[in-house]
Design a protein around this ligand. Structure first.
Ligand code: ADP
Length: 228
């Protein structure tokens, strides 16, 4: 489903070689599995997520998604990028930056409207994900004013409502209290399905142990080791 073939990424600076963020990463990621990405600060996790989300492109090597190479040129085609973004959902570490609508309901509906789904389908999905993420009591509230845990659930609802095949979560339990961490952990375990791949960056090893099928360990040399 996802293949990184010898992917390197260098940020440009004044030097000829630039700043290395990813150094010859090769991996094959399958549907139905939950991958936990770990590694020290600066090892390249955010850069890897930007590439997986089609926001940055390898300096060298190839990113193949579902048999198609994700390149800057391909992503400039609106139909291609729309189809790609439909299949890949991303929840940021600081979820509040991806919440901008006036109410929780509108936030969940927004992405579905961009997909131009029929109104009845949008309404049904909004209801389904409000219930799944226990947002009933705050459905009319402004996402901006919610607690960190509520914002995380709202962002998860908005992304999951799009039914992405690949769900990428950046530090999903950081900043949450103990109850919030436990809730998100068990929710992620329940989300595991043969039809979904999850890639989760985390600093918390105990959380990774609870949810990961496969560990992707980045090193400070910007390389990756994979262990089941
Ligand atoms: P992580 O998310 O694991 O902390 P990053 O992907 O943010 O790591 O960074 C990987 C490397 O790339 C680091 O050495 C970092 O300093 C560098 N880097 C990240 N973003 C930029 C940028 N915009 N310009 C230059 N260097 C960057």
């Amino acid at each position: 489903m996802i293949e990184l073939q010898d992917v390197s990424y260098h940020y440009q600076n004044n030097s000829a070689q630039g700043i290395c963020a990813l150094d010859h990463i090769t991996c094959h990621l399958d549907m139905g599995r939950c991958y936990c990405l770990q590694g020290p600060n600066g090892c390249g996790k955010s850069t890897l997520f930007r590439i997986l989300n089609g926001l940055s492109f390898p300096t060298s090597g190839h990113y193949i998604f579902n048999g198609m190479e994700i390149t800057e040129k391909a992503m400039r085609k609106p139909d291609f990028s729309k189809d790609f973004h439909k299949q890949v959902g991303f929840v940021f570490q600081h979820s509040e930056i991806q919440l901008f609508c006036k109410t929780v309901e509108e936030e969940i509906a927004f992405g579905l409207q961009q997909l131009r789904l029929p109104d009845s389908e949008i309404e049904a999905r909004v209801e389904r994900y409000i219930q799944l993420l226990h947002l009933e009591n705050i459905r009319q509230r402004a996402p901006f004013n919610l607690s960190g845990g509520e914002q995380k659930r709202c962002a998860l609802a908005a992304v999951l409502a799009m039914d992405p095949k690949v769900l990428i979560l950046d530090e999903p339990i950081s900043g949450l209290d103990e109850e919030g961490q436990e809730w998100v952990t068990s929710f992620i375990r329940e989300l595991k399905s043969p039809d979904r791949m999850m890639i989760i960056a985390t600093h918390q090893s105990s959380f990774a142990e609870e949810v990961a099928d496969v560990r992707l360990q980045m090193t400070k040399e910007h390389r990756m080791t994979i262990s089941d």
